[in-house]
Design a protein around this ligand. Structure first.
Ligand SMILES: [Zn+2]
Length: 83
């Protein structure tokens, strides 16, 4: 039964090297274990949080959702309330 469980396969490759805000991939983004800094837009972030956001994003994309959970909760569904 396909509906019983929903598996989302996420390729973890590059999730630690990709900045979730701009999508820039570079192994030099992750200079140290404890620090993530995007070489393109120069934002800094917690490397673990950044990687988990990348994984979340890929999971949603693999389900055909090109948005993030925050948008989904706050945005598109609120239109339905007016009915
Ligand atoms: Zn960037």
């Amino acid at each position: 039964m396909l509906n019983e469980k929903l598996f989302v396969k996420v390729n973890p490759q590059y999730t630690s090297q990709t900045y979730n805000r701009c999508g820039y991939i570079d192994k030099n983004n992750r200079k140290t274990q404890s620090k993530f800094k995007c070489l393109k837009c120069h934002y800094e972030d917690n490397p673990d949080i950044n990687a988990s956001k990348n994984i979340e994003k890929r999971g949603l994309e693999s389900l055909g959702l090109r948005t993030n959970l925050q948008d989904y909760k706050s945005g598109s569904l609120s239109n339905l309330d007016s009915f």
